[in-house]
Design a binder for this molecule. Sequence first.
Ligand SMILES: Cc1cc2nc3c(=O)[nH]c(=O)nc-3n(C[C@H](O)[C@H](O)[C@H](O)COP(=O)(O)OP(=O)(O)OC[C@H]3O[C@@H](n4cnc5c(N)ncnc54)[C@H](O)[C@@H]3O)c2cc1C
Length: 431
Amino acid sequence: MPHVFSRSLPNTFTTDVLVVGSGSAGATAAITAAGEGVRVALVERYGFMGGISTQVLDTFYGFYTPGEPRQKVVGGVPDRVVDALMGHGAALIRPNTYGAGDGITYDPDILKIVWETLARQAGVRLLYHTFVLDALVEDGRVCGVVAANKSGLLALRARVVIDASGDADVAAAAGAPFEGPADGPVQSLTTTFKMVNVDMERALKVTKKDLHALMAEAIASGRYDLPRKEGSIHITPVDGMMATNMTRVGDVDATDAEQLTHAEIEGRRQALAYASFLRDRVPGYEHAAMTGLSHQIGVRESRRIHGEYRLSRADVLAARDFDDAIARCGAPIEEHHAGGDTRWEYLPTGSTYGIPFRCLLPRGVDGLLVAGRCLSADHDAHASVRSMGQCMAMGQAAGVAAGLAVHSGSTPREIDVATLRDRLIGLGAVL
Ligand SMILES: Cc1cc2nc3c(=O)[nH]c(=O)nc-3n(C[C@H](O)[C@H](O)[C@H](O)COP(=O)(O)OP(=O)(O)OC[C@H]3O[C@@H](n4cnc5c(N)ncnc54)[C@H](O)[C@@H]3O)c2cc1C
C-alpha cells in the first residue's frame, strides 16, 4: 500500500500497544498484552472478533500432536478460550480422521462472545468497523497506523504495533519485505457452509472412504461440478448440524480485491453444488438444508513476511528446536493446492518443532511485530504452522513481547528473549 496520507489526520488516540486484526493471533495478542499491564487497543474491520476462527471455521487444530499418545503443545491464554467455550457447553474434542491430530470443535457464534468477553475483561479497547490502510513510520520505526471508518480517516498511534491482519497489511505498508502470490504458489481458498436438519444416525455411518467414493461417482456422472475430490464434513456441538470443508478456489491473490471478489462468487457457487451433492447422494442428508455460509471466503495464505528468521520445510520435517522458541507445533504439512487432492507430510511421530521469536520480527522495520499466518515461513512450513492453536500461541508471545518492550522502553527487537520465554512459561505456554 502506498503512503498517500501526507496531510495531518486527527490523532484519534494514542495507546501503548495497537493490535491490527482480531483473528486467533490478534485476539490472543491483545488479551495477553493487556494482562501485562499496558494499554492495548484492537482494531478490526468487521463487527466481531475472531477472524477466520469465527468468520469461516469451527475447529481449533494444533493444540494436540497427531498420533498416539497425543501431546498437548499449546497452553496459557489459549486454554482460557477453550475453557470458556466448554463452560458454555459450546465445544467438544473431536478425533481428526484426516491426520491433523484431535481438534476442538466449537460453536463460532459463542466464540465471538467468548473472544470479546475475555478482551473486555482484560481491559482491551475495541474498535470495530475500522479498516487499517497504511502504517505511520518515523525514522524506520512504526509508530501507528492510518485507518478509516464512517467517521473518516484516523491516525492511531502506539509504542508497539502488532500486525495480526493475516495479510501482513501493516508490515507491507511499512516497507517490510515479504513474499506472496506473485513469488510462488499459495494455498487455495475455501467457502465453508453447514448442513442442518441432518439425520445424524444415518449420516454418521458414512465413513470418509464412503463419502469420497460417493463424490467420485457424482463427479463421474457429469451432473456435479465438485473441484475438490476429498472434501470433508464433521459433527458440530449442535444436534442435526454438520459442518463442511469442501469448496476450493485456486490461484487467487487474496490481497487483490478484484480477484477476491471473483473467488467469493465462485466459492458460493461451489457451496451450492456440494450441498446438492450431499442432499441427492449421501445418506442422512435427504431433508437437510444449507446454512451458515462463511462470512467471507477463507484465505489460508497470502503475504508471508521476511523476518529475522524464516521457518523452513526442513525445520518442520526435522522437528528442529530453537533457543528463541516461543511456541511449538506438531502439525503436518497440509497443503491445499489448486486441484482435487491435498498434500500431507508428517513430522516423526510424536515430535514437535519450535517457532522462533525471530519469525515474528519483520526485517528492516522497528516497533512492529507480526503474529499468526503472516509470520516468516516458507510455503511448506507455513502449511504446517498456520493452525489456530499455533496462531494463538504466536499471539500470546507477541502480546508478552510487546508488554516487555513498553515496560523497558525498548523495541520488540531489543527485548530479552530469555525473559520473554520465562514469562510465557509462567502463563502456561508449552515451550
Ligand atoms: C478454509 C480454511 C480452513 C482451515 N482449517 C483450519 C482448521 O480446521 N483448524 C485450524 O486450526 N486452522 C485451520 N485453518 C488455518 C487457520 O484458520 C488460520 O491460519 C488462522 O485462523 C489465521 O489466524 P490469524 O489470526 O493469523 O488471521 P485471520 O484469522 O485471518 O485474522 C485476521 C484478522 O484481521 C482482520 N483484518 C485484516 N486486514 C485488516 C485491516 N487492514 N484492517 C483491519 N482489520 C483487518 C480480519 O478481519 C481478521 O479478523 C484453515 C484456514 C482456512 C482458510
